[in-house]
Write a protein that binds this ligand. Structure first.
Ligand SMILES: Nc1ncnc2c1ncn2[C@@H]1O[C@H](COP(=O)(O)OP(=O)(O)OP(=O)(O)O)[C@@H](O)[C@H]1O
Ligand SMILES: [Mg+2]
Length: 321
């Protein structure tokens, strides 16, 4: 019997990027094989100025390569710089030093106006779906938003029925009915709202999907379902997935590579299996030891549910499809 909870749960998952050309190339990085990098950071730093003139170094000298098609995890304790890092990658924040190359374009000094097209290349799903979904907007409008922005930027026509069909299509892909377009965010559960956020993110057909603590606020059983959905969508659409979490067991479930951040510095990077089994840094070992393991929490939730209802309500996909 395996004692590795991630293996127990993750074995049949269509782990995004696993076995793809990109990830095997990344695996032989050390041997000097070229990597098709969708994100390339060189010496990236970010200093924030707080009121009173005090400076905070959120990131310091980050060198990072995200191979195209991989599922790339970023892990670290609160305040380690994860969100700052992905905001820089998504063009929502500027680095104060270093170089940022996205999909072959150096965006380090790109004017704000030209960062716009980056927003459809990289889409972000945030932790709090309530905070990122406008409560006054109907679901149809929310999901169509990045498409409308894209249309405006490219000065392209998109017929109303094409837009509606696209919205219905992505809602279907996240397991929601197309007729929810007339409803509002508050009419949905946390898990459903996160599905809506994912639908909105994949609508403009991005090359990179970034999830920042996208499942952290969810109840453990819903968390597994949304995690699996993100992994499945990334694999099916051959997306590069950048998955940010403070929880290594969550990263282990969906990512083939991982970067560990500590106080704004990159302390460890490698395949998830390597880092999980043989962490080189004491900090990584502590992260591994500290987290309540997803599999264990799920098993406990299952047991509790089975005791109270006599059956198992947690429908985890076992078929990998
Ligand atoms: N806009 C800002 N102004 C000032 N300081 C900031 C700003 N954004 C982030 N910081 C600081 O930068 C550091 C890194 O923050 P960041 O949000 O990137 O961490 P994190 O790893 O995402 O944390 P968490 O797990 O809590 O989300 C922290 O010390 C934070 O206080
Ligand atoms: Mg954060």
């Amino acid at each position: 019997m395996s004692t590795d909870p991630a293996t127990d749960l993750g074995g049949s998952l269509p782990t995004a990027g696993a076995g793809s050309a990109a990830s095997s190339e990344a695996g032989s990085e050390a041997a000097g094989a070229p990597v098709d990098a969708v994100v390339q950071l060189t010496g990236v730093g970010r200093v924030f100025r707080r009121s009173g003139g005090r400076q905070v170094t959120a990131l310091d000298g980050i060198d990072l390569t995200v191979p195209r098609g991989s599922a790339f995890g970023v892990v670290g304790e609160s305040g380690s710089g994860k969100t700052t890092l992905i905001r820089i990658v998504a063009g929502l924040e500027r680095a104060t030093s270093g170089r940022v190359v996205i999909d072959g374009t150096d965006i380090t000094a790109l004017p704000e106006k030209r960062l716009g097209s980056l927003r459809s290349t990289l889409q972000v799903v945030f932790q709090d779906p309530m905070g990122s979904l406008d409560p006054r907007m109907r679901i149809g409008r929310i999901v169509a938003e990045p498409l409308l922005a894209q249309r405006q930027r490219d000065d392209r026509r998109m017929e109303r029925h094409v837009l509606d069909a696209r919205v219905a299509e992505v809602l279907g892909q996240v397991g929601l009915e197309p007729d929810i377009v007339h409803r509002y965010p508050h009419q949905f559960s946390g898990g459903q709202r996160q599905r809506i956020s994912i639908a909105r993110a994949i609508a403009p057909d991005p090359a990179v999907l970034i999830a920042d603590e996208a499942v952290s606020a969810l109840d453990v059983t819903v968390r597994a379902q949304i995690l699996d959905l993100i992994a499945e969508i990334a694999a099916r659409r051959s997306l590069t997935l950048i998955f940010v979490s403070h929880d290594l067991s969550v990263i282990r479930r969906v990512c083939d590579r991982v970067a560990v951040l500590q106080s704004g510095r990159l302390v460890e990077t490698g395949t998830t299996a390597e880092v999980y089994r043989h962490p080189r840094q004491e900090y990584t070992r502590q992260l591994l030891a500290a987290v309540p393991r997803l599999a264990e929490s799920l098993a406990m939730a299952r047991e509790r549910a089975a005791r109270s209802t006599g059956d198992d309500p947690i429908a985890l996909r076992e078929d990998g499809g």
